[in-house]
Ligand binder design. Structure first.
Ligand code: DGL
Length: 270
């Protein structure tokens, strides 16, 4: 099957990367809207416009299903996209439910973009699942910029993460929910702040499992096997990459994508 995966930028690669683990034999079209990233600081109207255009683009390429690999775009546009297009469209939302259900007592922190935090979709979700009011929300738009610059380990990243978390008592938290696909790249920085006990929860594995279910595809027995660099290069072959409508074929950008996949492999189980 042919699966379209899109995001404002390279955050969505973390979902594609998980799909390589669970559904390695499918064909993919990955679309990053690099001309308009970050979505987290745009208006809902703008985001709806961009995502409608991208969905049409992917439909024209003949995909069987689309994953909106972006919490921000999902919170603003998913309902409307499902109305306008007649194919399975899966969205992403911060994995608050497993975080709340899988823990008790201590608090849960959700980090996301300002748009995701402001939109009703997350408020409705909290209303449904956060009965004990254990969840705190924190916007971290700066991480989207760091990610797009491929800056994952610098002192500036550590300083930013620590300063955003500084007014929270780390010992009160049992889970950190990564409510933006760009945030996966920074797991070591969260670990450093919260220590080894706090769960880091993202929605990627659940999203790909759901995709497999919707399309009736079997999940790979080897899903937890490490993807080495050669394997990643092979995977690049069953994926077409587009940045805001332009197909990526130059070595420099393909190498960049390869580096990002290597980073995602490195941090997958942190
Ligand atoms: N990766 C996106 C998300 O999951 C949004 C990042 C952005 O463009 O602000 O929310």
């Amino acid at each position: 099957m042919k699966i379209g995966i899109f995001d404002s930028g390279i955050g969505g690669l973390s979902v594609l990367h998980e799909a390589y683990h669970q559904l390695p034999d499918q064909e993919y079209i990955f679309y990053a809207d690099t001309e308009h990233v970050p979505y987290g600081l745009k208006t809902p109207e703008q985001i709806l416009g961009y995502t409608t255009e991208i969905t049409q683009f992917l439909v024209d390429k003949g995909v069987d299903a689309i994953v909106v690999a972006c919490n921000t775009a999902t919170s603003v546009a998913i309902k409307e996209l499902r109305k306008r297009f007649d194919l399975p469209i899966l969205g992403m939302e911060p994995a608050v439910k497993p975080a709340v259900e899988g823990t008790e007592g201590k608090r849960v922190m959700v980090i996301a973009t300002p748009v995701t935090i402001m939109e009703d979709k997350l408020k409705d979700l909290l209303h449904r699942v956060d009965e004990e009011h254990r969840v705190d929300l924190l916007a971290m738009p700066g991480l989207v910029e760091f990610a797009e610059r491929e800056e994952f380990e610098s002192q500036a990243v550590t300083d930013y993460v620590n300063s955003q978390f500084s007014s929270y008592d780390k010992d009160k938290y049992c889970a950190l929910v990564l409510g933006c696909t760009h945030f996966n790249y920074f797991k070591p920085a969260y670990r450093q702040f919260f220590g080894d006990e706090t769960l880091l929860i993202d929605g990627n594995q659940g999203t790909v499992r759901h995709l497999a279910e919707v399309l009736g595809l079997p999940i790979s027995q080897d899903k937890d096997k490490k993807l080495d660099d050669n394997h990643n290069i092979l995977c690049l072959r069953n994926t077409e990459y587009f940045f805001s409508g332009k197909e990526i074929s130059d070595d420099e950008t393909l190498n960049r994508l390869q580096r990002l996949h290597s980073r995602l492999e490195e941090v997958r189980n942190i």
